[in-house]
Write a protein that binds this ligand. Structure first.
Ligand SMILES: Cc1cc2nc3c(=O)[nH]c(=O)nc-3n(C[C@H](O)[C@H](O)[C@H](O)COP(=O)(O)OP(=O)(O)OC[C@H]3O[C@@H](n4cnc5c(N)ncnc54)[C@H](O)[C@@H]3O)c2cc1C
Length: 361
């Protein structure tokens, strides 16, 4: 039971972080008429501002459907379309992905999958000869994928921030743990009481006392911006992605670095990406910029969502790794249900799978 004196001044949620996770969650909470405050210190290379924003149902060298693709992918485009309308902005490009085949066997395999119900929703068409519009190393043709495209995350964040500022619920400042007081059924921060606290702070979770024990696994990545003479209208992806940015620029990436000393783009990273690009693309490109950021990945490559093991009113919504765009729509809905009912979170993403690590730390 919440103390009566405090409940008069109690707000509902304090949210730490306005990357893609914090933005989506705060918009959903506002829609449910919750009283929220969002604290965020935008840094130039937090994951969301650097990300390419791809959502892709078929990944990896072996071209397999990604984890929970049948549940996650039907939700993605309707979700971002609705958010675009709600925020009066435009950030979803549902332009599909073209993946060249590497062999006749692969072409045959996917040809057969066209009549397999498990794959049909994701196959737009199979191409048995190379693309005409742009010169690629694709002598065996390739597959045009449905339910694939990208979200311009910085645009989404700008629109969400503007809406939060208009509602007077967003503060551009650092969350300082020393100002947090945890009471039995609420928290206070800078003398304001909140029913609940949610951390959407990406890789910074590792720096907090409350969630620093989690097995998060930061992975640095770099992305190049380049000028390309040929215009592309879909994303090209095989070992490296090339996505159309505007009428003359593309973004190319990315790489994965588990060990790093800083979050700056490097010559080595650029070379690695260009080498992979040369394996796919036959067109000249001129690199004009490069960026780097760190993905909030986890050891088991699953999100980390739910309640702190000790404090009933402190939560985390994090660990979206390299797939925030495809995971966040589906799991933000599960998390909203969980906040209301304490049910609905699948075990694979529930932070409770790590409670043992907390108890034995
Ligand atoms: C190079 C690269 C390429 C990527 N490409 C893709 C892709 O193609 N598709 C895809 O789905 N995903 C991609 N990702 C991953 C994607 O960026 C993440 O999954 C997603 O953006 C994570 O969002 P988040 O909100 O959890 O974390 P973040 O984006 O890290 O946001 C956390 C926020 O919390 C704030 N914060 C932290 N601590 C504090 C504090 N104490 N006080 C105030 N604010 C705080 C930070 O400033 C930040 O704004 C890529 C990532 C990288 C680095």
């Amino acid at each position: 039971m919440v103390n009566h004196k405090i409940s008069e001044y109690l707000k509902d949620y304090l949210i730490i972080g306005h990357g893609l996770a914090g933005a989506v969650l705060s918009q959903q909470l506002l829609e449910k008429q919750q009283q929220i405050t969002v604290l965020d210190l935008p840094t130039s290379n937090h994951s969301s501002s650097v990300a390419a924003g791809l959502y892709n149902p078929v990944t990896g060298r072996k071209m397999v459907k990604t984890w929970m693709a049948d549940e996650l992918f039907p939700v993605i485009e309707p979700f971002y379309r609705q958010l675009e309308q709600h925020l009066n902005s435009s950030f979803l490009l549902d332009i599909g992905i073209y993946r060249p085949f590497v062999s006749f066997e692969e072409q045959n395999d996917w040809d057969a999958k066209q009549s397999d119900d498990k794959y049909t929703p994701f196959i737009k068409s199979i191409r048995k000869k190379n693309l005409d519009s742009v010169s690629l190393h694709d002598p065996f043709g390739g597959i045009h994928l449905n339910h694939a495209g990208f979200v311009k995350i910085p645009q989404l964040l700008r629109a969400s921030r503007a809406a939060l500022i208009q509602a007077h619920v967003c503060e551009e400042k650092y969350f300082d743990q020393s100002q947090l007081k945890i009471k039995s059924d609420h928290i206070t921060y800078e003398n304001i009481a909140y029913r609940r606290l949610i951390f959407c702070n990406g890789i910074e979770a590792l720096q907090t006392e409350l969630f620093g024990w989690l097995p998060m696994h930061p992975v640095k990545g770099e992305i190049l911006k380049a000028k390309m003479g040929k215009k592309i209208t879909t994303i090209l992806n095989r070992g490296v992605f090339i996505l159309p940015l505007d009428h003359e620029h593309v973004r190319i990436g990315s790489n994965y670095q588990n060990h790093f000393d800083n979050i700056l783009p490097t010559e080595k990273g650029k070379e690695e990406i260009l080498q992979r690009l040369n394996g796919v693309l036959n067109e000249p490109v001129t690199i004009v910029d490069s960026t780097a950021g760190v993905r909030p990945a986890t050891k088991d490559r699953r999100p980390i969502i739910g309640k702190h093991p000790e404090y009933e009113h402190i939560y985390i919504f994090n660990g979206f790794g390299s797939k925030g765009v495809s995971l966040i729509p589906y799991f933000s809905k599960q998390f909203m249900t969980y906040l209301e009912t304490e049910n609905g979170l699948i075990h694979d993403v529930n932070v409770s799978r790590y409670y043992k690590a907390y108890n034995s730390r």
